[in-house]
Design a protein around this ligand. Structure first.
Ligand code: NAP
Length: 242
């Protein structure tokens, strides 16, 4: 059995990625932080389609929690390793920089950027030893273009893009690839407070994207078909950023 871990797999884009990786034959470790019900729903959806998975709870921004959860999994699975890691967990706390509180800056950095660091550092060791691995980071249009009201989020996602490019070069010889996907506006809980009718007028395709459309690109990057793709950022935004 091959294993894949998706952070923030309980809802939205992460859930679609869990389902897609399950269709590819992975046993999927569904991470969540607070929404146990939705994590269980993701697992049920996998099981209904004949796939296998398990739930692994930790807060990506807490280094010790990440370590404990992963060590516990390895103790139960001493002969296995996690060959696909999708760093998807993320939050936004939008406000203009001049009004931004310390915690609005810090929380966004802790989850979007430090979360990537803690879990990737732990799992990459085994990928290097086994000489195969796939790391896919879910970043954002904001990290490429910068969006007003999102200085914290744009900075965190841009930092993950830099880390993606640097890490890709560190591990390429061991057949570990590191890539990022940069969604534009996708219909999830994260965007439900946005005015979709106003915003979609800016999007060349005239609509928000679906989580499945992001998951399909992640699945490609996880597959053997993407074996020579590394250090890349693929936009999924209906033509918004060109
Ligand atoms: P979402 O529907 O709000 O789901 C967020 C997910 O992240 C949930 O599974 C949540 O877990 C998890 N999460 C949040 N904080 C966490 C933490 N500290 N530790 C572990 N898990 C945590 O968001 P989404 O739209 O699917 O976003 C997924 C990713 O895509 C994020 O990185 C986001 O920045 C990025 N993105 C989204 C869009 C968009 O338009 N939606 C655009 C560009 C990029 P719980 O269920 O336990 O809370």
């Amino acid at each position: 059995m091959k294993y894949a871990l998706v952070t923030g797999g309980s809802r939205g884009i992460g859930r679609s990625i869990c389902l897609k990786l399950s269709e590819m034959g992975y046993n999927v470790l569904i991470n969540y932080c607070s929404n146990e019900t939705e994590a269980n729903n993701t697992l049920s959806m996998i099981n209904e389609k004949g796939g296998e998975g398990e739930i692994i709870k930790f807060d990506v921004s807490k280094s010790e929690e990440v370590e404990t959860a992963i060590e516990t999994w390895f103790l139960k699975n001493p002969d296995n390793y996690i060959e696909v890691l999708v760093n998807n967990a993320g939050i936004r706390k939008d406000t203009l920089l001049m009004w931004m509180k310390n915690e609005e800056w810090q929380d966004v950095m802790d989850i979007n950027l430090n979360g990537f660091f803690y879990i990737t550092r732990r799992l990459i060791k085994d990928m290097m030893i086994k000489k195969f691995g796939r790391i896919i980071n879910v970043v954002s249009l904001s990290g490429l273009k910068g969006l007003p009201g999102q200085v914290n989020y744009s900075a965190a996602k841009a930092a993950v893009i830099g880390a993606t490019k640097a890490l890709a070069q560190e591990v390429a010889r061991k057949k570990v690839t590191v890539n990022a996907v940069a969604p534009g506006f996708i219909v999830t809980d994260m965007t439900k407070d946005l005015k979709e009718d106003d915003l979609k007028a800016m999007i060349p395709m005239g609509r928000f994207g679906n989580p499945e459309e992001v998951a399909d690109v992640v699945a490609f990057l996880a597959s053997d078909k993407a074996s020579y793709v590394t250090g890349e950022v693929i936009s999924i935004n209906g033509g918004l950023y060109t």
